[in-house]
Design a protein around this ligand. Sequence first.
Ligand code: ADP
Length: 507
Amino acid sequence: MKYILALDQGTTSSRAIVFDRQGRAVASAQQEFRQSFPRPGWVEHDAREIWASQRAVAAQALRDVLEGQSLHALAGEVAIGITNQRETTVLWDRATGEPVAPAIVWQDRRTAARCDELRRQGKAGLIQRKTGLVIDAYFSGTKLQWLLEHVPGARARAQRGELAFGTIDSWLIWNLTGGTTHVTDASNASRTLLFNLHTLQWDDELLRLLDIPRSVLPQVVPSCGVLGHTASAVFGASLPIAGLAGDQQAATFGQACFAPGMAKNTYGTGCFMLMNTGDAAVASRNQLLSTVGWQGPPQQARNTAYCLEGGVFMAGATIQWLRDGLQMIQSAPEVEALAALVPDTGDVYLVPAFAGLGAPDWDGYARGTLIGMTRGTTRAHIARAALEAIALQVADVFAAMARDSGIALKELRVDGGASSNNLLMQMQADFLGVPVVRPKVTETTALGAAYLAGLATGFWRDAQEISAQWQVDRRFEPQMTGRDRTAKLARWRQAVERAKGWDNVTP
Ligand code: ADP
């Protein structure tokens, strides 16, 4: 094996990256695809377009590596790892391979009322216990139920075994293998509301609750292990598919967070923090999610890593708002210089609850709040408050994780677009009181999928070899005193309290 090809199927684009044995990206290609918003709150993708774009970028990246040789030359040289946008739901016809409806994207809110109903029926406890999730339209289960109920004939056809359900990983693998393999892995399955986190199997009680026939479900296979081969027609050679994980779990693996107590945070549009909690799922008391990180590698076949997960809705998006909404800056990176014009925010706080608050507050009625301004407040103070708001929200999730797990986190590994902001990373270290560590390779999602596939095929020997490869770009040490940190976090919590419930107050 010479290379690992990572397929990174994201929400707005499909990417493919070829990694060599040193974990260096030697070729990559990317293609965006259409987003449809057919009604308020609805978000759809064309699953065929997802497959076409993913196949095209994979072939492009492989061609770049081959430099003119025919694709036949790849046989025995390349293994594939897959990572994907999570929760997005596809239902297709097993005979024709055609989707029966547009894919319902994770952001889609059409099943919010169904989720309210489940909550009213008192199912929250059951669902949290079995799946580690909160009841929310975000996850696949109610999306699949919606498709079965609203696509004409779908339920009857499903009952006859004619339809297949999958998240994007399953859909890609189905197509890569020429319609012969219908599988998913536990990291993806654990986002469906249908998967029992403890038995690591589809759960009959949950299937009954959401009225889902077993016949539509994929088989659950390890995240690390050869699960099938590409049909020769796809890339001109039959390649093993050997690694698979949802995007955030893959990023955690790509950050080499192999030991319990290691955590990573991705600073993109939103933030996703995941912490490895070892071989038992931790039941959150602070409204975080429990999820499977990955299963495998094969030499440790029964070794399932669980994670706690906490999300912040508005992270990099807060900076986009400064750019597009307030037109205070022209590009996101400019925020760093603007915020650096002042030594502090002058006691100004921005609570970017534009879409409510996620973990650990979960207040859908909270709204954006800018508080503490005086006549001396400038754009620079507001820009600085926006950066602080990202780091402070992450600090809240970090604290919730420590409370839930009983583990004091020793450092935080970071990646994602906004992790390039040095001021933000310094603030983060200050507010956490532990070092923030940024690796050289911040393509950790694709790298994680590659690592899983590489371990399964002997391309890399073991987790130690990968940990040794993982290299630090920069380490940010906390510079704030414990006393200042406590005061800062307390002041922030006061601001958050002011933002809560705003949309629920009748004038
Ligand atoms: P996603 O994968 O969610 O699209 P990315 O990881 O590509 O996100 O990161 C893009 C986000 O990061 C944008 O929301 C952008 O505003 C923010 N961002 C990019 N560069 C910076 C920067 N230097 N400082 C702060 N935010 C940044």
